[in-house]
Design a protein around this ligand. Structure first.
Ligand SMILES: NC(=O)c1ccc[n+]([C@@H]2O[C@H](COP(=O)([O-])OP(=O)(O)OC[C@H]3O[C@@H](n4cnc5c(N)ncnc54)[C@H](O)[C@@H]3O)[C@@H](O)[C@H]2O)c1
Length: 251
């Protein structure tokens, strides 16, 4: 999918851009000449990620924010629209996960997981959708998870529930926004090799390889390729769909 001018003049917001999958999605759009607004709560990680892209030329902007803060999220969408005059693509990638079991799950961890993975996605989608409705064009791509379809194996229940809700939210937004020429789809990665999975699975991460029909872990670049396809003109008639990027796990 990489074509160095495919997303030229497109204004693209990517959340979770400091790390892992979000960082690779931002990098892939940037390689195709997109104007990137990378968002994350991790200021240092975000600056490193955006700095690396900026060094290769093109437009790349860092915006530090916590997606749970609705006012900050609204301000971001307003500021991007005022600065660039449009928003073309939103990729909701930020998320959190742990391996906490049902017996150990606290109310606070449950609430925080839902607040970041679901409510944060809602806050930014709502703010950006207001712009896309006015423009009568745009794309929203959510990063859900295989765990939202299977219930998860090592991830916690709040995570799986939040991701199943993202899938439902994707379908709802897609139906509502279709009449404004806005498509909404999601990519559901299987077990991917990132800081998130390494942090809570440790070496057990590699035990998954034997369960994956294609025989390897998902890489951030696998997810980014699917996102770029859904954001491209080739996917103009696709909405409300899940693209499973899991090496054949969910079949
Ligand atoms: N790694 C996997 O195996 C896997 C599998 C399926 C789906 N996913 C999904 O892919 C997405 C990216 O995961 P990853 O593996 O790259 O994880 P990661 O931990 O490497 O990156 C997640 C990013 O989200 C940011 N973030 C977390 N909370 C935030 C908040 N409140 N506001 C703003 N930013 C916040 C983090 O700072 C981090 O930079 C997540 O939605 C995750 O659920 C990951």
């Amino acid at each position: 999918m990489e074509n160095n001018s495919l997303f030229s003049r497109k204004v693209i917001i990517v959340t979770g851009a400091a790390s892992g999958i979000g960082r690779q999605i931002a990098r892939s759009f940037h390689s195709c000449s997109g104007t990137i607004i990378g968002c994350d709560r991790d200021a240092q990680g975000l600056e490193t990620a955006m700095g690396e892209m900026r060094a290769r030329g093109g437009e790349c902007h860092a915006r530090v924010l916590d997606l749970r803060d609705a006012m900050a999220v609204n301000a971001l969408a307003d500021e991007v629209f005022r600065t660039f005059g449009r928003i073309d693509i939103l990729v909701n990638c930020a998320g959190i996960c742990s391996g906490t079991s049902i017996a150990d799950m606290t109310e606070d961890e449950w609430d925080t997981t839902l607040a970041v993975n679901l409510k944060g996605l809602f806050f930014l989608s709502r703010a950006v959708a207001r712009v896309l409705i006015l423009q009568k064009s745009g794309r929203i791509i959510n990063i859900s998870s295989l765990a939202g379809f299977t219930g998860g194996i090592m991830s916690n229940a709040a995570y799986s529930a939040s991701k199943a809700a993202v899938t439902c939210t994707t379908k709802n937004f897609a139906k509502y926004l279709a009449s404004y020429n806005v498509t909404v789809n999601e990519v559901a990665p299987g077990t991917a090799q990132t800081l998130m999975s390494e942090a809570f699975l440790g070496d057990r991460l590699y035990d998954f390889v034997g369960k994956i029909p294609l025989g390897r872990l998902c890489q951030p670049s696998d997810v980014a390729a699917a996102v770029l396809f859904l954001a491209s003109d080739s996917a103009a008639f696709i909405t409300g769909q899940t693209l499973h990027v899991d090496g054949g796990m969910y079949t």
